[in-house]
Design a protein around this ligand. Structure first.
Ligand code: ZN
Length: 351
């Protein structure tokens, strides 16, 4: 079968699969009750693959775009972006944007004239390689102003914003920043951003504090603005052993201990887990060829239960690269894992 014909048939089959869906997760008192989400790239949303329909069929509440302002802003300003937003509205799906943002919020070219806006590495040199110097108020002003600019284009339907620090980034080691951990430095930046969002975009805006890589420890010496919520993304537990496999969350519990320490600082009822259960990009080593998602319903159920036992109500997972190519490579049955993920999150103990 020609690839184009296959895609056409697959799209038709998805359409024929019908309405189904579920009303759980609709807004109540202006706030979503709970989140059952996926995070996919703007590229994944740019072809024929009908994510809004699949999300509804799977009983999900939310699709978040990804990767950063550089690709998501042009997408949202395009006809494809408009069609995506309309399709989400028709299917009752909330739209969010989970963005690796700081390299765009503080343009790297600024380094030529304002090196003090940027982080100091361990050798004591300023560098634009990642993040910023959070002790520089002028840097924070630029970052917060540009976040408002992104928010005008990438407006979530939930009021929840996601402007993350650099992927695989590092903290600032300047004399003022040295006593602060990576997480504390991130909170300084996030506090500045959320205050600007509340002043200029939405008085009820909230912003994720992403616990991930160099920001996994709980911030102790910098107080998060009450408008920040925790987002817990334990990428390091997904290790490469032939394919990516998870370190146990439940047995041993090291990751749960990290989460528990974070929940001493951030409320559990607004906290979101960002997992990798459906992340075809991670399982493929972030390159082609794609591998099929090694979905494990039993382990995922146990992990959801462990998170829920801590009061977590908001769940999402990367599902990057689940798109036209994925469907062409692995067929319609390969999408059953998305439906099973939705079912696990709608299980009777769902809050
Ligand atoms: Zn600094």
């Amino acid at each position: 079968m020609q690839r184009r014909d296959f895609l056409k048939q697959a799209a038709a089959a998805l359409a024929a699969a019908g309405a189904g869906g579920c009303m759980f997760g609709r807004r109540k008192g202006g706030m979503p009750q709970a989140t059952r989400g996926v995070v996919v790239s703007a590229r994944d949303l740019s072809g024929a693959f009908d994510w809004p329909r699949l999300a509804r069929e799977a009983g999900l509440t939310t699709i978040a775009t990804h990767i950063g302002p550089r690709d998501v802003m042009p997408f949202m300003q395009s006809g494809r972006g408009t069609r995506f937003v309309d399709a989400c509205a028709r299917n009752g799906i909330q739209v969010e944007h989970e963005l690796h943002a700081i390299d765009w919020l503080l343009p790297r070219a600024t380094f030529a004239t304002e090196p003090s806006f940027f982080r100091m590495n361990a050798k004591g040199e300023r560098t634009p390689d990642s993040n910023c110097c959070p002790s520089n108020p002028f840097a924070l002003e630029v970052i917060a102003g540009r976040a408002v600019e992104v928010a005008r284009v990438c407006r979530p339907t939930t009021g929840r914003y996601f402007f993350w620090m650099t992927d695989n980034g590092a903290k600032c080691n300047c004399p003022k920043c040295t006593p602060l951990t990576g997480a504390e430095q991130a909170v300084i930046v996030e506090n500045a951003i959320v205050r600007a969002l509340r002043a200029e975009i939405d008085p009820n805006a909230t912003l994720a504090h992403l616990a991930y890589q160099f920001t996994m420890d709980p911030p102790r010496f910098v107080k998060p603005d009450p408008a920040l919520f925790l987002e817990f993304a334990p990428i390091e537990r997904w290790r490469f052993k032939g394919v990516r496999r998870r370190d146990p969350l439940v047995k041993g519990g090291a990751w749960l201990e990290k989460l528990d320490r974070l929940l001493e600082v951030f409320p559990a009822d607004t906290a979101q887990v960002l997992e990798y259960w459906l992340d075809a990009s991670l399982f493929s080593g972030w390159r082609k060829p794609l591998v099929r998602i090694p979905w494990d319903a039993a382990k995922t159920r146990d992990e959801i239960a462990a998170y829920r036992a801590r009061g977590i109500r908001h769940f999402t997972t990367f599902a990057v690269n689940v798109d036209d190519d994925y469907l062409a490579d692995f067929g319609l049955a390969s999408l059953d894992c998305v439906r099973e993920y939705g079912q696990l999150l709608q299980a009777p103990d769902a809050r």
